[in-house]
Design a protein around this ligand. Structure first.
Ligand SMILES: [Zn+2]
Ligand SMILES: [Zn+2]
Length: 96
């Protein structure tokens, strides 16, 4: 019995735990099965670091030399709940 119905919703894809509401099943995301789409491996894929995002392949961004600070030479960082502007670590490391 592999690839059976979602045990939470019984295959309906609906979450009816709240009276009067029909929500999408949180376990199967409304698919009704307990299998990920396409039967891919269940290894969670972490999003790539922001500086490796595919958007950087955009030729319009190719002229930016620093992907961390976007050539601003500084980055915003939250420390202790305070938004602070720090020198870009990438630009600082490579020197000017
Ligand atoms: Zn379900
Ligand atoms: Zn930089």
């Amino acid at each position: 019995m592999s690839g059976g119905s979602c045990p939470d919703c019984g295959g309906s894809g609906e979450d009816r735990t709240l009276p009067g509401y029909v929500l999408r099943c949180g376990r199967c995301s409304g698919r009704g099965t307990d299998q990920p789409p396409g039967n891919v491996t269940t290894t969670p894929t972490e999003p790539p670091p922001v500086w490796e995002d595919r958007c950087w392949a955009d030729p319009r961004l190719a002229g930016i030399s620093c992907r961390i600070c976007l050539d601003q030479r500084s980055v915003a960082n939250v420390r202790g709940g305070v938004l602070a502007t720090l020198p870009c670590p990438a630009c600082t490391a490579t020197g000017d």
